[in-house]
Design a protein around this ligand. Structure first.
Ligand code: ZN
Length: 155
């Protein structure tokens, strides 16, 4: 059922970004955001049925290539709004680079330093032990591990 919907969504995405599939509209509405044209168009690019890690700059280039007129500032705002309502998760690899992750389940990452790319590591495949006690009044939200990798992946 879900697969059928996703396939339909992908077909629509290829043919027309100005008339987005209900699934990106639904995502935005269900998250409590007003489905502005730009939000819907960006959601259609982001949520293509695969887990993606995008930078604001990369999404901006993608939007331009798809004929979506949107400024980089609007992309940043939209990505942060999507993050606030848990449609995306922010992954900060270093001070200079922030990725937005369409996979909002708990998981970890490989970071390929030479490619500037992230790949998911399932949450259950890394066990972190020896965590300190949380500071008074706080609780642990989650633990994210970034495994930094050198060298290029072979295809
Ligand atoms: Zn991820």
């Amino acid at each position: 059922m879900v697969d059928t919907v996703r396939m339909g969504f992908m077909v629509v995405k290829r043919t027309s970004l100005d008339d987005p599939a209900p699934s990106s509209l639904d995502r935005i509405r269900q998250a409590g955001l007003r489905p502005t044209r730009q939000r819907v168009a960006l959601a259609a690019l982001l949520f293509d049925g695969t887990n993606r890690h995008v930078t604001a700059e990369a999404l901006h280039a993608e939007a331009q290539a798809a004929g979506v007129r949107v400024s980089l500032a609007t992309i940043y705002n939209t990505l942060h709004q999507f993050t606030e309502v848990d449609l995306l998760r922010q992954v900060v690899v270093d001070g200079a680079r922030t990725y937005f992750d369409t996979n909002v389940e708990d998981h970890h990452h490989f970071y390929f330093e030479d490619e500037g790319a992230l790949a998911d590591i399932p949450g259950h495949s890394i066990v972190v032990s020896g965590l300190p006690e949380m500071p008074p009044g706080t609780r642990q939200a989650r633990v994210e591990v970034v495994v930094r990798v050198k060298g290029r992946r072979q295809s």
